[in-house]
Design a protein around this ligand. Structure first.
Ligand SMILES: C[S@@+](CC[C@H](N)C(=O)[O-])C[C@H]1O[C@@H](n2cnc3c(N)ncnc32)[C@H](O)[C@@H]1O
Length: 224
């Protein structure tokens, strides 16, 4: 009996000893759809072309479409980068990934790697991504501090991440830019670009990851 108690206490100690990421100090939006708006309207306003140009998406660049949903960015990345490109289409929802797989087959786009992530961990392979695109999904991430922390190992030297979102409160499916900057900075990411995507909706904010991640216990949540 004493041995069992000792083991339980030791295990509990291990759990307590794990540093905890702070909870976001603002609402997290619910996942309600695999797409932001309709693709025809987005294209008529030049969204993907403008975002991909600003992010330097040229052949040879390895890209992850994080929170790919129906794959608005995935298919446009595939068209721009051509066969043989490294493109990850990542999502936390297995059913959405199934729909995207069917779409890629229908549109005869081969070679895209589908990745099922966890709410707090994108689960992308280490050192394989030059550009991560997070389009209209940042405000849905359960814990952005932990997610950004766990995204870092996937990013190759010189990598950047592009976050596309609306300038509105997180509960209304957007992220105010000042809040976004604060949350990214809390995990050591540095902003290197910001642009409106007008006449398309929203903005594109570009960040580079830290050389070394901060200790988890030093990460503090940002006020909305
Ligand atoms: C509004 S859709 C946007 C889809 C696509 N990126 C676009 O621009 O149309 C948001 C997507 O993000 C995904 N998502 C939400 N939280 C996520 C997380 N923690 N990790 C990966 N995907 C996530 C949802 O499942 C959904 O497919």
């Amino acid at each position: 009996m004493r041995v069992v108690v000792a083991i339980v206490l030791a295990l509990a100690g291990l759990v307590w000893a794990q540093p905890r990421f702070p909870d976001p100090a603002r609402p997290v939006a619910a996942i309600i759809s695999p797409a932001y708006s309709d693709e025809k309207t987005r294209d008529s306003r030049g969204e993907a072309e403008r975002a991909m140009d600003r992010l330097g998406i040229t052949p040879g660049v390895r890209v992850a479409d994080v929170g790919a949903g129906d794959g608005y960015y995935t298919v446009r990345l595939a068209r721009r980068l051509g066969p043989g490109a490294t493109i990850y289409a990542q999502d936390v929802n297995a059913a959405y990934l199934g729909r995207l797989d069917a779409r890629l087959r229908r549109e005869k786009i081969a070679g895209v790697k589908l990745v099922l992530g966890a709410p707090r961990d994108p689960k992308l392979p280490p050192g394989t991504v030059d550009v991560a695109i997070l389009s209209h999904m940042y405000h849905e991430i359960e814990n952005p501090y932990e997610f950004l922390y766990r995204l870092r190992p996937a990013l190759a030297p010189g990598a950047r991440i592009g976050i596309i979102d609306l300038d509105r409160r997180t509960e209304h499916h957007g992220t105010p830019p000042a809040l976004l900057r604060c949350e990214l900075a809390a995990v050591g990411y540095r902003e290197v670009g910001f642009a409106s995507l007008a006449p398309a909706d929203g903005y594109l904010a570009i960040f580079v990851p830290p050389a070394a991640l901060p200790p988890v216990e030093l990460i503090t949540a940002c006020a909305p």
